[in-house]
Design a protein around this ligand. Structure first.
Ligand code: ADP
Length: 599
């Protein structure tokens, strides 16, 4: 399994998890911000509504006081004669829709339009009005019928602005209560009017008003009202604002604002569920959408991972099958080459053997009994048998050597040798054969007196093979040029000919075992196709390199790069100089047996 196969799905998973995390965080932040903004604007809207309604209420009372002040300025009211005053006031009862008017003298003695005389000296509103302040009373118990009432009072003044008495009217609390009950606060919300003592002045539920007990007093008896008492304490401070409280297990929200000109504070209460329900549904929606998003993203991620792993598995299978196909092709090709090689080798073995046998047959004609009759002919036939024997021997030698190299039994016998002398010797030994084939052979060396560690017998095999090929594949009139060049740590030996050349598409495989450029059994040239492969193996054993450059009809050049020292830990070396390496003519004949047809 490749590196990519293991890492890719992991990276995909990581990227997806990061995207999911990022999107969820962005979603959470925007949910938090928008719910906060929504929450603030809801609170603000209710606070504004409380301010608007308290302003409206104070305007209503202000108008009532203005009307009362206008009546107080009437001459008949200022006469201080009750009968005159009463007849005048009765006219306004229906216009202002009040229960009764009163004129209270500075002593507190009070006359009402419905005939009652009472002492009002203890009433706060009376005291304030006597001090010249028009005002609206708190919720009061009527001294006439004990009902809940509200009074509006203004001073009656003479021309010198001296307070003569107090003009007031009494209004049933229902009118105020209706005004408060009419204020719409959502679906389940209510308006409430509290005075600064914490007593409910107006509220849709009458029983709460009728008790006339302050919330703080009630809390002492019923501790469940503690939360209500807390918000009432904040409200009566006289500021505008919002608060939360719990009433009988229900969480409520209140926006409040003082009613100017009175001692009252208007509160708008509503269940939190109702006003913040939109935020809750936003939260629920957000949670649901986030879960959905994560599930879809994970599913998507899983599908991509599945796709990638399948893709990788498919690629692996494809690669595997390609490799197997390649191996099969190689094996088929190897098999084909082996078969071809066997055919070539058989041909190569049979041809000289046939020649030897038919020559032997011919020889018999030149014997009469046991006496040779044509010695010259017999000698010629024996030479031919010898030469074909050599060809057989060379082929068998090459086969044995290749097998030994493959089995790792072939060893180098390294000697510290003058390479120029060695190559020169070899060239001398083959010069005659080159000339006999109509070829000139030249030698050029860039180096003198250079000793390297190599196996001279193996280098001789290599050179004889290359020169044999150069002679074999060149036409008369051509040349063979052998050069030795000094190249840093290497010695470069080049064997160049002006022969038939090698097609460019064959250059890549020329050193492979059993390869011949011309592959038919009816080839023009002798050979088994293992010569160059043996050459390459020998150069490889020397840690060198062999390459070829060739052009059809122009010639070929084989270049060998030999290191100065081919030894390794296991190789035996002879460390003294060998300047002269003797070359056996038998060996030369053997290696050149392919080209010695005519001998
Ligand atoms: P062989 O014993 O058949 O010569 P080699 O391995 O020595 O086998 O050579 C393989 C093939 O390479 C030859 O059959 C020939 O086609 C080509 N070849 C080798 N040397 C030369 C050369 N100097 N010029 C042209 N072709 C060559």
């Amino acid at each position: 399994m490749g590196y990519r196969n293991i890492i890719s799905p992991k990276i995909v998973l990581l990227i997806f998890l990061m995207i999911v995390l990022f999107c969820s965080s962005v979603g959470l932040i925007s949910y938090y911000n928008s719910s906060k903004t929504l929450y603030n604007s809801i609170c603000q809207a209710y606070e504004n509504k409380a301010v608007d309604n308290s302003t409206l209420l104070s305007k209503v009372f202000e108008e009532k006081l203005i009307a009362l002040r206008l009546i107080a300025k009437d001459e008949k009211i200022q006469t201080m004669d009750w009968e005159t005053q009463k007849s005048e006031l009765l006219k306004y009862i229906d216009i202002l829709n009040v229960k009764r008017f009163r004129i209270t003298k500075s002593s507190g003695l009070s006359y009402s339009t419905d005939g009652y005389v009472s002492d009002m000296s203890d009433r706060e509103y009376f005291k304030k009005a006597m001090n010249g302040i028009p005002n609206i009373s708190d919720l009061l118990r009527s001294k006439v019928d004990n009902s809940l009432i509200i009074s509006c009072a203004v001073p009656v003044m003479d021309v010198n602005n001296h307070v003569l008495s107090v003009l007031s009217y009494t209004e049933d609390y229902h009118a105020l209560n209706k005004m408060i009950s009419d204020i719409k606060v959502g679906k389940k919300g209510n308006a409430i009017l509290l005075n600064r003592k914490g007593i409910v002045v107006a509220y849709p539920r009458k029983d709460i008003i009728l008790s006339g007990v302050s919330i703080f007093e009630q809390t002492k008896i019923d501790s469940s009202l503690q939360s209500v008492s807390n918000f009432a304490k904040i409200m009566i401070k006289g500021n505008t604002g919002t608060a939360f409280y719990n009433y009988k297990g229900e969480d409520k929200f209140v926006a409040y604002s003082p009613v100017a000109g009175t001692d009252w504070i208007l509160g708008l209460t509503i269940p939190q569920k109702e006003i913040f329900g939109v935020i809750d549904s936003l939260r629920d929606k957000f949670i649901l959408e986030t879960i959905l998003f994560i599930v879809v993203a994970l599913l998507f991620c899983y599908l991509i991972m599945l796709y990638l792993s399948q893709k990788d598995r498919f690629k692996d299978l494809q690669k595997d099958s390609n490799e197997k196909n390649e191996q099969l092709k190689e094996m088929t090709e190897f098999d084909r080459l082996k078969t071809e090689f066997m055919a070539n080798v058989s041909h190569e073995l049979r041809t000289p053997l046939n020649v030897i046998l038919s020559t032997l047959q011919l020889c018999r004609f030149y014997f009469k009994g046991d006496i040779p009759i044509n010695l010259e002919k017999i000698k010629k036939y024996m030479d031919s048998m010898h030469q074909n024997g050599l060809r057989l021997l060379r082929l068998i030698n090459n086969l044995i050597d290749i097998t030994k190299i493959d089995g790792g039994f072939y060893e180098l016998n390294l000697q510290y040798i003058n390479i120029e002398n060695l190559i020169d010797e070899i060239i001398h030994s083959v010069a005659e054969y080159a000339h006999d084939n109509g070829l000139s052979i030249q030698f050029y060396s860039e180096i003198k007196e250079k000793n390297i560690y190599c196996d001279p017998d193996k280098i001789e095999r290599v050179m004889l093979n290359l020169i044999s090929n150069a002679i074999k594949f060149s036409k008369p009139g051509g040349y063979i040029l052998i050069k030795i060049l000094d190249c840093m740590q290497n010695v470069v030996i080049s064997v160049k000919d002006s022969g038939i050349g090698i097609p460019s598409d064959k250059l890549g495989t020329i050193f492979e075992r059993f390869r011949q450029v011309e592959q038919s059994l009816t080839r023009n040239y002798q050979g088994s196709g293992i010569g160059l492969s043996l050459v390459k193996s020998l150069i490889d054993m020397h840690k060198g390199r062999i390459t070829v450059a060739s052009e059809i009809e122009k010639g070929s050049e084989f270049i060998i790069e030999l290191p100065m020292d081919a030894s390794n830990e296991n190789t035996e070396r002879i460390d003294f100089n060998i300047n002269k390496h003797s070359i056996s003519q038998e060996v030369v004949k053997l290696e050149l047996s392919d080209i010695l047809q005519s001998y």
